[in-house]
Design a protein around this ligand. Structure first.
Ligand code: BMA
Length: 338
């Protein structure tokens, strides 16, 4: 019996599994997309966004593509995790002295609670694509920390607890373009300022749908079988990139070691809102909410760089699927030091 080691969250969005044949343990919310086009003043599209339970409802950090084309981060609130209202202005990040320090652009946020504080990690300009990180305790003041890494890097995924006394941050080093390469690495820090002990976690090339590049998705969920990681994988087709996502289980005490990694995707673009949009054929998960009591998991994913979708699954079925279809490469299982 797989156990989720996270708080109970009985009110996460949920819909029962539809009957019938399925090639995946995940099923989509029938009301998708939950956020449609032009959702906000001067914002054309919201997608690739992160959500957490907060007070009696939910709070989220949303990638809003403004009508001038620049991606920015907006705060949103919801009672049910499905209908959202957004703050009118971008998140007012400040530096350590409280002075405004808003990123030039910002996209693909993750939102993670560690020891009672909330961290937003996103991709931004630091003389090229790289990671930004900020801390908030009240969702009113958002203080930026030092940028963790030099460029170029994307897909910053902070773990929801320290491991062996250190914070853990997964990332995907690359270059500044739409690069045809990219593996997932992990780094440790005692204080969220100094990062080191870099390790390789897993490489692209798990076959077909994840052959071109991969990147961490939502903050991993702790389970009795290891850290459950959802990650995106990209295929290069004659008609452009296709973004799907899969699952892996990482060792609890040393998450640079991959225990299982599904050779099959969990979700691939199939619905109109995934296949058609600003960038067609993209599903890109940025948040996963677990409910420990029932083992239910709700995943928020960006669709076609245009919408937000929701899908659901049971931890037990997802873990079974990943284990049964696991195919590891040599670099997945090693310590990640070369
Ligand atoms: C990646 C990221 C994502 C985006 C995807 C598809 O490189 O920039 O934000 O969803 O491309 O366009």
């Amino acid at each position: 019996m797989v156990k989720l080691i996270c708080p109970d969250a009985p009110n996460i969005p949920w819909q029962d599994k539809p009957a019938g044949f399925a090639n995946s343990p995940l099923w989509r919310y029938s009301g998708n997309p939950v956020i449609g086009r032009n959702p906000h003043k001067d914002v054309a599209r919201i997608f690739n966004s992160a959500v957490l339970p907060w007070e009696n409802g939910f709070i989220g950090v949303f990638r809003g593509e403004k009508t001038d084309g620049v991606p920015s981060l907006y705060l949103g609130r919801s009672d049910d995790g499905i209908k959202w209202s957004f703050d009118e202005d971008r998140i007012p990040f400040v530096d350590g002295e409280g002075k405004p320090f808003i990123p030039v652009y910002a996209y693909d946020p993750r939102l993670v609670e560690v020891e009672g504080a909330y961290y937003i990690i996103w991709c931004q300009d630091f003389y090229g694509a790289s990671l930004g990180i900020a801390k908030t305790e009240d969702f009113k003041t958002f203080t930026r920390l030092e940028n963790p890494f030099i460029p170029y890097n994307r897909n910053g995924v902070l773990f929801p607890r320290k491991v062996n006394g250190n914070y853990l941050l997964m990332s995907r080093p690359s270059d500044s373009g739409h690069t045809p390469f990219g593996d997932i690495f992990i780094s440790e820090s005692p204080d969220l300022v100094f990062w080191g002990k870099h390790r390789h976690v897993m490489g692209k090339g798990g076959g077909w749908w994840q052959d071109l590049k991969i990147g961490g998705g939502p903050a991993p969920i702790e389970t009795s079988e290891g850290w459950l990681l959802f990650y995106h994988g990209v295929a290069n087709t004659c008609n452009g990139y296709v973004y799907s996502f899969g699952g892996a289980l990482l060792d609890i005490d040393n998450p640079s070691i991959v225990k299982y990694r599904s050779a099959n995707f969990l979700l691939t673009p199939e619905e109109w809102y995934e296949e058609r949009g600003f960038v067609p054929n993209v599903v890109f998960p940025c948040a996963a909410l677990g409910d420990a009591a029932t083992g239910r998991i709700a995943i928020y994913y960006g669709a076609a760089d245009s919408y937000v979708g929701l899908c659901f699954g049971y931890a037990q079925e997802i873990v079974d699927f990943v284990k049964e279809r696991s195919k590891l490469s040599e670099s997945d299982t090693e310590l990640g030091i070369r």
